[in-house]
Design a protein around this ligand. Structure first.
Ligand SMILES: [Ca+2]
Ligand SMILES: [Ca+2]
Length: 445
């Protein structure tokens, strides 16, 4: 998802937000009624003789204290994805809260003389407004949240269940996109904006107080980010559950012959499975990003080693490794699953290659691939293959043979789309498992 918005769009939204507040100053949204004791715990922003520049202004303690966030949509709801009777009526535990910042209040808030009522603050209001506007303007594409509902003939209850599950998926998916968007825009959280403003304008630099507030702010940002990450994971988990429930609904309908599953697909379901589609430009090897290796998504397994250098890349070779001639298992080119994240030979990381293929729940597929260790004594070279969430093959210390090894595995699909992935989980030392001739065929009898 593209989380970047143009400055112009932010400006538009700031204006829109201001208008929605009856022309009030944005600052007002982070102010609360005058309920605050003057005797602040940390005194980080008291002005003058223990007083405050503006009696309605929030104390730094209040700004540092993270208010509970609005609740997520409940796990189940009347008319929700589980409302219909049937086998998947299992009730899941509802999201308990308000979880973003709920645990945050303890460490950094020094005691204040009187407890303050929770401030009426919506610190994400601006970020959320920009998110919604970006969808309206087409700057954020959430079409990946939409689940196509297959055509039913009869089974109206199952049909409406499928429809509700698809709607629910879309709702949770959008929620997850919003939380991810917040995570990418913590610097626009209104309390953080305000604390930064006061640090810059009201607290003298190079003072203990300035250092203290700066440290508290850093901790606050860390807490917010960690809690957002937790929520994103929870939502991902829920999306997985809803997706598998929808699949079950279709399988049930298919048994009753009231839904037409997609037609079985012939031939190799993997695109560019022989890695021939990348032009090596006359060289015997080079490293390439996902954009340059059609149909495949590339991830580094040791992104921490990469210092943000270049996009994840994989090495593609042609009949040559360290002076040894290696013929591809198929065609002329093959991959090496151990790569460099800062130019050729620098900053080492192994690689995971993945691709989403169309599958039909209940049908049988054969995954086949060719692999070998890179020649020479080059540490642990390994290969793991995943089909969806299941690891279907794993081998380490692959024998240092000069021949390609051919493997095939039979699996049953459980969803309409399945991610297939190949990963070297051995040593990251730029010498890795070679891969070629990847195929997935429908072999259902
Ligand atoms: Ca090939
Ligand atoms: Ca290696």
């Amino acid at each position: 998802m593209n989380n970047r918005l143009t400055p112009g769009l932010w400006l538009t939204l700031i204006i829109l937000t201001a208008c929605n507040q009856g022309g009030g100053n944005q600052q007002e949204s982070i102010e609360t009624q005058s309920h605050v004791s003057e005797n602040l715990g940390d005194g980080d922003l008291n002005v003058g003789q223990g007083g405050r520049a503006n009696p309605q202004e929030q104390s730094m303690d209040e700004l540092m204290t993270d208010e509970p966030m609005e609740e997520l949509p409940p796990e189940t709801s009347p008319g929700g994805e589980n409302a219909e009777g049937g086998d998947d009526n299992q009730v899941e535990v509802a999201e308990t809260s308000s979880d973003e910042d709920a645990q945050d209040d303890e460490q950094d808030t020094e005691p204040v003389a009187e407890p303050s009522p929770a401030p009426k603050v919506k610190p994400w209001s601006q970020v959320d407004a920009v998110f919604e506007a970006a969808i309206l303007l087409g700057d954020l594409d959430l079409s990946y949240c939409q689940k196509e509902v297959l055509e039913f003939e009869g089974c109206s209850k199952l049909e409406s269940r499928a429809q509700r599950q698809a709607n629910r998926f879309q709702e949770i998916c959008k929620q997850q996109a919003l939380i991810s968007y917040r995570a990418a825009n913590t610097d626009k959280h209104l309390k953080i904006v305000e604390i930064k403003r006061r640090l810059a304008e009201e607290i003298p630099a190079e003072t203990n107080r300035h250092d203290r507030v700066t440290a508290r702010l850093a901790r606050k940002i860390e807490r917010i980010s960690a809690n957002l990450d937790k929520r994103i994971l929870k939502l991902e988990n829920r999306l997985g559950k809803i997706d598998s429930k929808l699949t079950k609904t279709y399988q049930k309908a298919a048994k009753k012959q009231c839904v037409l599953l997609p037609a079985a697909q012939e031939g190799n379901h993997v695109e560019n499975g022989s890695f021939e589609a990348t032009d090596l430009g006359g060289s015997s090897w080079n490293i390439f990003t996902s954009e340059q290796v059609p149909a495949w998504n590339i991830e580094w397994n040791h992104s921490e080693a990469c210092d943000g250098n270049r996009a994840p890349s994989v090495e593609i070779q042609k009949a040559f490794v360290l002076g040894r001639s290696i013929d591809a298992a198929d065609g002329n080119q093959y991959l090496e699953l151990d790569s460099d994240c800062k130019g050729r030979g620098s900053k080492k990381t192994t690689v995971t290659m993945s691709q989403i293929i169309n599958t039909i729940p209940g049908r049988t597929y054969e995954i086949s691939f060719a692999f070998r260790a890179r020649p020479g004594n080059r540490g642990n070279q390994a290969l793991a293959v995943n089909f969806g969430d299941t690891e279907v093959y794993a081998e380490e210390n692959i024998p240092n043979t000069q021949d390609w090894l051919f493997e095939s595995i039979v699996v049953t699909a459980t969803s309409f789309q399945t991610t297939i992935s190949f990963s070297d989980f051995g040593d990251a030392n730029t010498f890795g498992t070679l891969l070629d001739d990847v195929a997935v065929m429908d072999i259902t009898e």
